[in-house]
Design a protein around this ligand. Structure first.
Ligand code: 5GP
Ligand code: MN
Length: 341
C-alpha cells in the first residue's frame, strides 16, 4: 500500500512504545469496520502489555455483539464521567474510521477542549486537520481494518496481533467491502486477508455472524422495504427507500436492522445511485450508494450535511421524512442536470 508518509507510522510506533494507557475511539453509530478496527487494535495493544479502553460515542448494533471484547466497550453517551476520566488519564487517544470530530457527535465538544495527544487511523477522503495531530489517512484502503493491519505490520507490532484481534480486523474488511464485492480491487487487501486466515480465524463463523444471523423482524423489514417502499426515479437513474418511525416500530426495529438495505437498491439494472432515508427521533439518517461516476460523498456534503466515500456516503436532515424525500428528488434532479450524470 502506498502510505504517503512513513513518518506518520514512525510517530505511531514511538507514541505507542512510550505510552502505557491508551484509549481508542470509533465513530458514532459504529459499523463493523469502526468497531472491528477499535477492538482489533485494542487486543493487539493489550498483547503488548498496555492498558487499553475502547470508548464508543453511542451504542453499536447487535450484529456486532459477537466480537471479542465488546462487553468491555464503554459507551460515552451512557458513561460520560468514567469515559472522560479515562481519556484524561490516558497518554494517547487513537481515533479509528473517521476523520472529522463531527463524526463522534456528543464526544466532539469534549475533544475540542481535551489536550491528550491524538492519532487518527482512517480511510475516508478529505481529513479535517483538527481531528488529530498525527493522521494516518489512506483513502485507497478498502477499510480502516485493512489499513490498521498494514500499520501494525509496518510498526513491527504484527506479532502481537492475536487470533481475537485478527477476527475483528477480518470482520471490518468484510463489512466495508461487502465480502470483497466492492472497494477491493487491490492485491494488498487479499495478502492481508490471507495473513489473517493464517492466524487461525474462523472465516465461516464470522460470515455467519455478520451476514446470516438476522432476526425474523429484520428480514420482514427488508421485504417491506424492497417490496412496498422502494421507488424509482428513472430520469436520474436512481432508486430510494424511506422508512418512517411508525414502520420501524411495526417491525420491532433495532439499531443496525437497516444496515445494507441501501446497497440492494443499487442492484437494479441501470440504477447509478440509491438512497435510504430512516426517520430517527429528531433527524432523518440518510445513506447513499452509487456506481460509475456519481460522487455520493460530494452530493451528500452539498445537500445533506454529510460526506463519506465516492460511492458510499451518509448524511442527515432535520426537515422531517416527507420533506427530506421531496428535497432529495429536487436536488438530485438539479445535481444530475448540472453535472450531466
Ligand atoms: P452508511 O450509509 O453506511 O451509514 O455510511 C456510508 C459511509 O458514509 C461511511 O463511510 C460513513 O463513514 C460515511 N457517513 C455516514 N454518515 C455520515 C455523516 O453523517 N457524515 C459524514 N461525513 N460521513 C458519513
Ligand atoms: Mn470504514
Amino acid at each position: 500500500m502506498n502510505i504517503s508518509d512513513q513518518s506518520q507510522i514512525d510517530f505511531f510506533k514511538s507514541y505507542v512504545n512510550n505510552t502505557q494507557k491508551l484509549v481508542i475511539v470509533p465513530h458514532n453509530n459504529p459499523d463493523g469496520d469502526a468497531l472491528g478496527s477499535a477492538l482489533g487494535l485494542c487486543h493487539t495493544l493489550k498483547a503488548m502489555g498496555k492498558d487499553v479502553s475502547v470508548i464508543s460515542p453511542n451504542e453499536f448494533p447487535d450484529f456486532l455483539n459477537w466480537m471479542h471484547g465488546v462487553e468491555d466497550v464503554l459507551i460515552f453517551d451512557k458513561q460520560q464521567k468514567v469515559a472522560s476520566q479515562l481519556i484524561k488519564d490516558a497518554g494517547l487517544v487513537i481515533f479509528v474510521d473517521f476523520n472529522a470530530l463531527s463524526r463522534i457527535k456528543h464526544m466532539q465538544a469534549f475533544f475540542e477542549e481535551d489536550e491528550t495527544p491524538r492519532i487518527m487511523i482512517d480511510h475516508h477522503p478529505y481529513p479535517d486537520a483538527n481531528t488529530a495531530e498525527v493522521q494516518i489517512s489512506v483513502p485507497d484502503a478498502s477499510s480502516t481494518c485493512e489499513l490498521l493491519f498494514h500499520v501494525l505490520d509496518q510498526a513491527g507490532f504484527k506479532r502481537y496481533v492475536t487470533k481475537e484481534a485478527a477476527e475483528c480486523i477480518y470482520a471490518g474488511i468484510m463489512t466495508d467491502t461487502g465480502s470483497l464485492n466492492y472497494n477491493s480491487s487491490r492485491p494488498e487487501t487479499y495478502f492481508i486477508v490471507a495473513e489473517l486466515l493464517g492466524m487461525g480465524i474462523d472465516k465461516e463463523r464470522i460470515h455467519h455472524l455478520l451476514f446470516h444471523n438476522n432476526s425474523f423482524d429484520r428480514m420482514r423489514l427488508l421485504g417491506h422495504s424492497l417490496g412496498v417502499k422502494m421507488q424509482r426515479l428513472p430520469e436520474q437513474r436512481a432508486a430510494y427507500i424511506d422508512l418512517s418511525k411508525e414502520e420501524l416500530r411495526q417491525f420491532n426495529y433495532k439499531p443496525g436492522d437497516t444496515e445494507g438495505f441501501v446497497n440492494q437498491a443499487l442492484w437494479i439494472e441501470g440504477v447509478q445511485v440509491s438512497a435510504m432515508f430512516v426517520e430517527k427521533n429528531n433527524v432523518v439518517k440518510i445513506s447513499f450508494r452509487s456506481r460509475d461516476g456519481f460522487p455520493a460523498n460530494k452530493f451528500s456534503e452539498t445537500y445533506f450535511n454529510g460526506g463519506g466515500h465516492y460511492n458510499a456516503a451518509g448524511g442527515e436532515s432535520k426537515l422531517g421524512l416527507k420533506e427530506t424525500v421531496a428535497r432529495f428528488k429536487k436536488v438530485l434532479k438539479e445535481f444530475c442536470d448540472e453535472h450531466a450524470y
